[in-house]
Design a protein around this ligand. Structure first.
Ligand code: SF4
Ligand code: SF4
Length: 129
């Protein structure tokens, strides 16, 4: 989406587990550079090349959802919305304005068989719509 770029954010290189790299969740990828960036940028695999978090692509998300602000990254897989929270910010998703938005999105996804799942450190929660 025009006007949105990653800046110094690298949450998607830290929070998810990436089987392809044998990378566990909540640990920086071995290609992460100090201060942001990727030392394998030109050769990064399609998994990285094709990925954009929801904030990068969904114009309905406000600035509060910028990953550096919310300390979360979201991505959609079919009708499922996954929210990965920085472990150090564990409960932020339960607070306003985030929780209300997640519940509203869960309501929208429910008739399609979808749901919202939040992973914060070791805690996994399903948001009820
Ligand atoms: S989480 Fe989103 S904003 Fe942050 S680096 Fe990944 S794609 Fe960019
Ligand atoms: S290879 Fe680069 S872009 Fe892909 S997860 Fe690692 S640091 Fe991020």
């Amino acid at each position: 989406m025009a006007g949105r770029d990653c800046g110094s954010c690298s949450l998607c290189c830290i929070l998810p587990d990436i089987a392809e790299f044998d990378k566990p969740a909540n640990q920086p990828c071995r290609h992460c550079l100090p201060g942001g960036g990727c030392d394998a940028y030109q050769a990064r695999p399609a998994t990285c090349r094709d990925f954009y978090c929801l904030w990068r692509t969904d114009a309905t998300l406000g600035d509060e959802w910028e990953p550096g602000v919310s300390r979360m990254m979201m991505y959609a897989q079919g009708p499922q919305l996954t929210v990965l929270v920085e472990p150090e910010a564990g409960t932020i998703w339960r607070e306003a304005p985030y929780r209300g938005w997640l519940e509203a999105r869960a309501q929208v996804l429910k008739p399609m068989g979808g749901y919202v799942v939040v992973c914060a450190g070791e805690e996994v929660s399903v948001v009820k719509g």
